[in-house]
Every structure is written in structure tokens, then in C-alpha cells.
Design a protein around this ligand. Structure first.
Ligand SMILES: O=C(O)CCC(=O)C(=O)O
Length: 278
């Protein structure tokens, strides 16, 4: 086994777990190569709405130009086996990558969000492998509200309003608006049960993407964070249509939308476009 019983239980109940030394130096180097290429060659889903604000972060998603290379890379990494264990799924498919680059020690915390507000995903078997290439102290790391993958599905964060991280993606009443977690925590550090870990290169944080999560700020002591997120799904993954009120996300979400248009509500999340890795 690549994971312990305690790690499997933590993933299922908390929605996130740290696996130390998950990637060896050669695997990590291939991931960093992919990250650097991706940042140097932004794709059509490069997200720029926070550019020029205090939250400026390079965020890009599912770059189609590099899809074949990343599909091949993922097959050389241990994530098929890790997710089989964490989920208890027989099969594992690779969805796509997302990159986050915070540089210059000035980027504030990324808005708290659930990926399932932006993408048409439901079911237990979803997972993000959060791979960071610098040593990151706990206070600058990824933060997750423990157990929130089993709780309320909130509206998304628009990621377009640096002054209000709860600014909604839809705002049409389908989902409740995001709570202002940072404000709540400033008033009472115990208001939310937040999980995070210091990481060293080779460690991977696995999180269920329905968890409320967000990247903490970088600062003078930790000025740079380069993160490659690889996203996966397994047997219990279904298509769940998104609200129609935001044209960019309507029903199918912005990624692989032609493939998503072929799926019915509640249907198993399967498409030949996603490479099976286990
Ligand atoms: O690394 C970050 O800042 C955010 C990560 C994230 O949103 C994700 O892994 O889905």
C-alpha cells in the first residue's frame, strides 16, 4: 500500500490528507517541468480576473496544447494507486491539470471555494493531487475546512472581486452564498476547523474538490509558491449540471464542455477524452 489506514480514513472523513514523500525526485522534476511549461505557455482557460489586485496569482486550467504530454506524465506517477486506496475505487481516470503560481511575496490568500461549484461534478470519487515545488510553511500552505466535502454545496467564488472573496459565481439562489471564512476566523480563530500542513517538495496534499479550500497568502518569508494540481475521478463520479445563470459555466462548466454536453444529469462521469490510469 502507498497509504496508511489512517490516511485513507482522514481523506474520507476530513476531505484532505497529506502524504509525505509521495513523489521521488525524478517524478517531482517531471512535474515541475510540466508546471514551468504551462506557466510559460498560457492556454485558453488562463484566469486573469485577479491580475493587478492584491490577490494576483497565475491560474491556468486544462491547457489543451499540453494534454497529451500531461496524460503521459500522469501515467508515470503513483496517483492511480493512491486514489484507488483513498477512495476504494477499482478504476481511476485523470481529468486535467490546474496551475497556481504566487510570486513576489505579495499575493494574498486565494478565495475559499469548492471546485464542484465551477465544474459539473458529483460523487465520492474525486480528488486533487496538490503538488508544490518549494518548501512551504503551514501558514502559507493550502487550507481546507475539515469535513466540508460532506457538507453544504455553496455558490462559487467569482475570483473577480479582491475586496469580497464571497462574490458569487451565480448569485441566482441555486446555492447559498459562501460564508466569509476569513472574516469569521479573524473574529474567532476557532470559527472554522481549518486543516493545513507545511510541505516539503515530494509531499502531496490530496483533497476532495468539494471541500472548502483556498491557498493562503505568500509573504516576505515565503515569497514564492509554484503548485501543480492534478485532478482525478473514479467509479463513483457523476455528471451534475451547473446553474444556467452564468453563461461561462452554464450546465457544462468551462472545461471539456463539448464532452460534458453529451452527459445526462446523474450519468456516470465518463468520456473517452479522459485517460484511464488504473
Ligand atoms: O493552490 C491554491 O492556491 C489553490 C488550490 C486549489 O484551489 C485546488 O487545488 O483546487
Amino acid at each position: 500500500m502507498l497509504t496508511t489506514q489512517a490516511q485513507r480514513e482522514a481523506f474520507r472523513t476530513d476531505g484532505a490528507v497529506l502524504v509525505e514523500n509521495c513523489l521521488d525526485p525524478a517524478q517531482l522534476a517531471r512535474c515541475y517541468e510540466a508546471f514551468k511549461w504551462n506557466v510559460a505557455n498560457p492556454g485558453p482557460y488562463h484566469f486573469r480576473s485577479l491580475d493587478g489586485t492584491s490577490l494576483q496569482t497565475h491560474i491556468d486550467n486544462a491547457n489543451p496544447v499540453v494534454k497529451d504530454k500531461l496524460d503521459a506524465l500522469v501515467a508515470t506517477l503513483p496517483f492511480g494507486k493512491v486514489f484507488q486506496e483513498l477512495w476504494g475505487s477499482e478504476h481511476v481516470w485523470y481529468f486535467a491539470e490546474e496551475v497556481f503560481a504566487k510570486e513576489g511575496g505579495r499575493s494574498g490568500r486565494g478565495p475559499w471555494h469548492q471546485d464542484t461549484a465551477n465544474l459539473p461534478w458529483a460523487g465520492r470519487h474525486w480528488g486533487n493531487a496538490w503538488i508544490t515545488f518549494q518548501a512551504i510553511p503551514k501558514k502559507n500552505s493550502l487550507e481546507i475546512v475539515r469535513g466540508s466535502h460532506l457538507g453544504i454545496q455553496y455558490d462559487g467564488a467569482s475570483f473577480s472581486n479582491a475586496d469580497d472573496p464571497t462574490d458569487p459565481l451565480y448569485g441566482d439562489g441555486t446555492f447559498p452564498r459562501l460564508p466569509h471564512i476569513d472574516k469569521d476566523l479573524a473574529a474567532d480563530p476557532n470559527a472554522w476547523d481549518v486543516l493545513s500542513w507545511s510541505v516539503t517538495p515530494g509531499d502531496v496534499v490530496f483533497l476532495h474538490p468539494r471541500s472548502l479550500h483556498g491557498g493562503a497568502a505568500v509573504d516576505a518569508g515565503c515569497p514564492t509558491r509554484h503548485t501543480l494540481v492534478l485532478r482525478f475521478f473514479g467509479d463513483d463520479a457523476t455528471f451534475r449540471a451547473l446553474p444556467m445563470s452564468n453563461p461561462r459555466y452554464a450546465r457544462n462548466g468551462p472545461l471539456f464542455s463539448e464532452e460534458m454536453a453529451k452527459l445526462d444529469e446523474g450519468q456516470a462521469f465518463r468520456s473517452p477524452v479522459f485517460r484511464q490510469i488504473a
